[in-house]
Structure formats: C-alpha cells, structure tokens
Write a protein that binds this ligand. Structure first.
Ligand code: GDP
Length: 276
C-alpha cells in the first residue's frame, strides 16, 4: 500500500518533469525534492534518499537539456540509476527453494503468491503454497481458494495461531512431497511494525533451519521485489521507489487482479510505461 502511494508521488513528479516545456535547474530541483519527500514519507533511510538525489543530479546534464536533448533520456537514466545491479534469485527445477512473501497488508501478497506459483508451474516447476498469515481473518480461505483455482497444493490451518509453526509444518510437508518451490505467504500489517519484522525473521529462520542445502540457503538470503498494481495510477513509480527503498531488484510486476496478470519485469517496457 505504501509503495503504491509512494509510486504515485514519484510517477507524478516524473510526469511533471516530462511535461515541462523546458527542463531547467528549478524543474529538476522540484522533481528531486518531490521524489525525496515521497521516499522519506515511506520511511526510506535518509542516507539512501540523499544518495539517490545526489546520483540523479550527477547523471542529468543540464547543458545537454538546455540544448534540447530528448527528455525521455532523463527518465531512462533514472531507471538505470535505480537498478540495484544485483542478480535476482531464480529457483532451480528439482532443488528445494523456499520463498517467503513479505509486504504490508493490502499490498497484494496473497494474490501475488498464487501468480508467482502459477508462473513457475507453467515453467515445469512443482510449486506449493503455505499460508502463514494468521493475523488477517480470511487470509487462509483466500489463499486456499486461489491455490485450488490454480491447481497448486496448499497448506494452512484454521486453528493454529503460530505462524512459525505453520510455516515449518508446511515447508516440511512439501519438501517430503518433492516440491521444488515452496511459497510462504506471511501476514502483513498496516504499518511497518517491529513485531511484524520479528515475526518475519522467525518464520525465515525456522523454515531455513532444517535444510542446509545450498539452494535453500540462497533462496532464504537473497531478496527481490514484486511490484503490484502496475495497472493502477502509480505506474512505474512503484518500481522506482521499491528499488530505491530496498536496493533489491524488481523481478515481476502485477498488472491486474487475476492470476495471469503477471509479467517478468523488463526494463524496456517498464520505461515505456513510465513515459506514457
Ligand atoms: P494482501 O493483504 O497483501 O495479501 O493483499 P491481497 O492479495 O489480498 O490484495 C489486495 C487487493 O489488491 C485485492 O483486491 C487484489 O485483487 C488486489 N490486487 C493484487 N494485485 C493486484 C494487481 O496487480 N493489480 C490490481 N489492479 N489489483 C491487485
């Protein structure tokens, strides 16, 4: 949710710069200030915001702009700059990977878990879904329904309230069933509460604890971002802000409410989305 709002602010700032007849120092400064404000409001660390701002300043050549250089290049440069340049985790067929989904409540986690599972099932993987969201009433039913619609095995509990216990049981069961991509949906909160992070840490540690396989460790340690609601008003702003906030690569984007509304993140179409 926060990312979607943040994305909206950044997209608006970029759109204003794109629409300006002349991009001079003032237009650029206004845009940078707006982006910085949005990032700070979303609790991105001050140092990160300062670096992002400084980096953008150095890549934008005002003289070239004054000479009438295409403004689209600025946006392209922004995207390139915000690419963290780290390879993203990708699961390997036949090797057990556990992927944990983390995000604020309403950000699209439960929907995206199924989209992610379905994407890899189509690629020949044997995925499974575990509902470790014991906080939000209805999360269990929602994921179960999504899973059955997509014909993906599901594990969860109506009565157990300990998310760590459910995650461990679910991962254990699906490892025995030789699933090679075990996706754990976790609970979100309205704010980035300390308790939520502690819960995430416990689930992550507990599910990693009983498998020392290299692939498993990699999957537990390497983070990546999926930006949802790319079909909404925030457009590319969400991706830009997600990378800036986490310094992790964006791997997929959600483009609608349904399971097939899911695309591999690719810079070129992304850039054109930001521009249109
Ligand atoms: P969670 O609380 O993080 O698990 O969020 P949900 O998966 O329940 O999603 C919240 C709402 O956002 C639901 O109504 C979803 O259908 C919707 N949603 C999720 N992803 C997308 C997306 O990519 N585009 C659009 N338009 N809606 C989405």
């Amino acid at each position: 949710m926060v990312l979607a709002q943040l994305g909206g602010s950044i997209a608006r700032a970029l759109a204003r710069m794109k629409d300006a007849t002349v991009v001079d120092e003032k237009v650029l400064a206004d845009c940078l200030n707006e982006i910085s404000r949005a990032l700070l409001q979303a609790d991105v660390r001050f140092e990160t915001v300062r670096d992002v701002k400084a980096n953008i300043k150095t890549i934008v050549n005002l003289d070239a702009l004054a000479a009438g250089t295409d403004k689209r290049r600025i946006v392209q440069k922004l995207c390139r700059m915000l690419d963290p340049g780290k390879p993203a985790f990708t699961p390997s067929k036949g090797k057990p990977s556990v992927v944990m989904f983390v995000g604020l409540q309403g950000s699209g986690k439960t929907t995206t878990c199924t989209k992610y599972a379905d994407y890899y099932r189509r690629k020949g993987f044997n995925p499974a879904l575990v509902c470790a969201d014991t906080f939000r009433a209805g999360a269990f039913d929602q994921l179960k329904q999504n899973a059955s619609k997509a014909k993906i095995p599901f594990y969860g509990s109506y009565i157990e309230s300990d998310p760590v216990k459910i995650a461990v049981e679910g991962v254990d069961r699906f490892r025995k069933e030789k699933c090679d991509l075990i996706i754990v949906d976790t609970s979100g909160r309205h704010k980035q509460e300390a308790a939520l992070f502690e819960e995430m840490r416990q689930v992550s540690e507990a599910t990693a604890a009983f498998d020392q396989a290299q692939a498993f460790k990699q999957s537990a340690s390497v983070g990546a971002v999926i930006v949802t609601e790319m079909d909404g008003h925030a457009k590319g702003g969400g991706a830009l802000s997600a990378v800036a906030a986490t310094r992790r690569p964006v791997i997929f984007i959600g483009t609608g409410e349904h399971i097939p509304d899911f695309e591999v993140f690719d810079v070129k179409p992304f850039v054109s989305r930001v521009l249109c």
